[in-house]
Design a protein around this ligand. Sequence first.
Ligand SMILES: CC(C)(COP(=O)(O)OP(=O)(O)OC[C@H]1O[C@@H](n2cnc3c(N)ncnc32)[C@H](O)[C@@H]1OP(=O)(O)O)[C@@H](O)C(=O)NCCC(=O)NCCS
Length: 160
Amino acid sequence: MWVGCSPTPLRRSRITAALQRLRLAGRRVTDARCRIRPVQPADLPALVAIERIAFTDPWSRGDFDDCLKAGMHVLVAEDGGIVGYVVGRALLDQGEILNLGVTLPARRRGIGAALVRRLLAVFSTAGVREAFLEVRESNFAAQRLYQSFGFHDVGRRNRY
Ligand SMILES: CC(C)(COP(=O)(O)OP(=O)(O)OC[C@H]1O[C@@H](n2cnc3c(N)ncnc32)[C@H](O)[C@@H]1OP(=O)(O)O)[C@@H](O)C(=O)NCCC(=O)NCCS
């Protein structure tokens, strides 16, 4: 079973409020010193490697290739090497976060949050007004992260 998260209206005020909260916390922005940039084909093996440690049903190289061919937004976090990635797609005024992963040693340094924040900014620039994502009901870490951006439950799917 899984939880469907959001929709979150991407009003500028909401995003701004989230950023202020992160700064006030005093850790997220300063600790996540990684550089976030669009993916390059040479990065894909690193993304597949993170998938394999992060998920029991990892995306393949072909899955990432398909995302790029479809013009989806794939951003990577770089700190020496690739330490995380986020995948999303925007269609008219709706956005969807499709994937997010951070290497084990780089976790709890604000990198996942930095990737989501940047993707939401890209969505906002593209005219997205609300965003959706799906997350396993058992994935407490990801739910906490998404909730910190204002995502909330809108439904559940059986046998996710
Ligand atoms: C979920 C994931 C991307 C989080 O990445 P991260 O870089 O460690 O996250 P951040 O450091 O930015 O954490 C941001 C907030 O998320 C929440 N969070 C993250 N990891 C958590 C954990 N293990 N337990 C509880 N809360 C957690 C916290 O609220 C955290 O803020 P805090 O550190 O100030 O308490 C990472 O754990 C991961 O790759 N997991 C496996 C893949 C996955 O589940 N992807 C999501 C699919 S929907």
